[in-house]
Every structure is written in C-alpha cells, then in structure tokens.
Design a protein around this ligand. Structure first.
Ligand SMILES: Nc1ncnc2c1ncn2[C@@H]1O[C@H](COP(=O)(O)OP(=O)(O)OP(=O)(O)O)[C@@H](O)[C@H]1O
Ligand SMILES: [Mg+2]
Length: 255
C-alpha cells in the first residue's frame, strides 16, 4: 500500500478495524466510541433506524467525512492519518450509493474508465480492458457503448458497482444500493451482491433488505444511539435479538 503511514495491526486484526470512532455534526454526536472489525472475505450488514448513522459510518471509512476521534485501520494502516492520500484509499475502498451518479452524456465504458484514467493515470487501452472485464462480471458486457439513460435502474446500479470494482478494491461499501430501485429491479442487484460475497469480496453493506441480511451476512450489526447495540450472526441478531431497540426495530420491518 503506498502513501499510507505504516502502523501495526490493532487487536481484532480484521481487514478493516475501527476503534473508538467518534463523529459529530456540531453538537449532534452521530457515532460515539464505535468499534468494529470486518475480517477479510466477510460480509457485514449494517442495520438500524433511519438517522442511526449507517451512511455516516460508511462515508467516514471512504474518507468523505473527517472523523473527530478514533482510528480506521485498513490492513493495519490508519487511513484517518492526515498524511494519507485520499485517492489512494478510495481506490482500495469502493463505495456505491443509492443514487447511481453516472454521467448521462458519457457511455457506460467512459463512466467506468474516467477515474482510472484521470485520477490513476491508467492508459485508455488498459482502462477499457479492465472496464469490459467488470462489465462482464456484472452481466452487462453488451452495454459498454450504451448511455446510462438507455439502461434500467437495476442496470445503471450494476454499472455503478462495476465502476467501483474496476480498481480491484480491498473492501466494498454499499449504502442502500437498492433503495431507489423499482421493486422488480431490486433482485438483480441483490443477486450481484450475493455473487460478490461468494467470490470472496470483503463488504460492508447498509441495507433495509432484511431477507438479504439473513441470507448473505456473516455478521449483522445493529446501530443505535451512535454505537453498536448488538452484533452477531443473523440467526442470533435477527431471530433472538437481546437488545430491546433491536427487537423494536425488527418488529417494524416486515421480513
Ligand atoms: N452533513 C451533515 N450535516 C449535519 N448532519 C448530518 C449530515 N449528514 C448526516 N447528518 C445527520 O446524521 C445523522 C445520521 O445520518 P445518516 O445519514 O448517517 O443515517 P442513516 O442511518 O444512514 O439513515 P438512513 O437509514 O435514513 O439512510 C442524522 O441525524 C443526519 O441528519
Ligand atoms: Mg443512510
């Protein structure tokens, strides 16, 4: 890993190891003393009420937000160190949001190759070859020349996932990636996420899709009041929640 200050891996030793994370907006503390570990090849699903801080946590890990305190170690390197190059970290930590954020005037291929070429200086031929590989991976090999507007929402989201995967990140973050989709398109994106997990992708997924969490998560983490109220395998957290806040949240969700 280049440009990242070397530090010994903290206890826990996950690919991602978060310790004592604090994030506030003004007086409002969103995350307090949060500790979390994501082992390599595992899928950790974040659940919690709206406003519980799921997106804030993912944005901190992608360095889209500055943390107030604590450490975020990626392969043992503290990425919150101000000397760390954010572009380097973002190539290693892919993030996909609810909104696809594709450029409508550019082809699918150009959307995917833009950052590798402009930010990482990869030549066009290599960038396009890698992009086509990823399009194939998400089942859209025939859409390289299409414009985003000519694709369904599910296809656009799969392009956004291909764009994040093209850097071969160590870790993928997914923030409610199916929330903006028509119900009949949700399945194809969740199937892709499931495939990625089975291929060994290390992922942290914020979602309200409880059936997906139950099926794919190695660990389910319930966020409440700025910290982790409960965490464990789905059979434990979802079937036998011990915290009253988890019980109340799960009662409200239909699954
Ligand atoms: N840039 C910001 N400035 C001020 N407050 C913010 C900002 N971003 C988020 N917040 C606040 O932080 C809290 C956590 O928001 P966040 O978006 O992380 O929640 P969430 O768990 O992702 O919710 P949802 O399930 O609705 O996506 C909310 O109270 C929100 O209003
Ligand atoms: Mg959110």
């Amino acid at each position: 890993m280049t440009n990242l200050g070397k530090q010994p891996a903290a206890g826990g030793g996950g690919l991602l190891q978060i310790d004592g994370l604090r994030k506030a907006y003004g007086d409002q503390v969103i995350l307090r003393d949060l500790t979390l570990s994501v082992p390599e090849h595992q899928c950790l699903v974040l659940i919690g009420a709206s406003g519980s801080g799921k997106s804030t946590l993912l944005r901190c890990i992608n360095l889209l937000e500055q943390v107030d305190d604590g450490t975020i170690l990626l392969q043992g390197n503290d990425i919150t160190d101000p000397r760390v190059d954010a572009d380097t970290v973002r190539a290693q930590v892919g993030i996909v949001f609810q909104a696809f954020n594709l450029f409508p005037h550019m082809s699918v291929l150009d959307n995917i190759t833009l950052a590798p070429r402009r930010v990482h200086g990869i030549d066009r031929g290599t960038a396009e070859r890698q992009a086509r590989e990823m399009l194939d991976r998400v089942g859209l090999a025939d859409k390289a020349k299409a414009r985003p507007d000519d694709l369904s929402g599910g296809q656009q989201q799969r392009v956004a996932i291909a764009r994040a995967l093209v850097n071969k990140p160590l870790l993928m973050l997914f923030d409610e990636v199916t929330s903006a989709l028509d119900p009949e398109l949700v399945g194809e994106v969740l199937t892709l996420l499931t495939d990625l997990k089975h291929d060994g992708t290390t992922m942290l997924v914020a979602t309200h899709e409880m059936a997906f969490a139950r099926e794919v998560a190695d660990q389910v983490v319930f966020l409440a009041d700025g910290s982790i109220a409960e965490a464990g395998p789905p059979s434990q957290v979802m079937d036998h929640p011990s915290d009253p806040r988890t019980q109340k949240f799960l009662r409200r969700m239909s699954f």
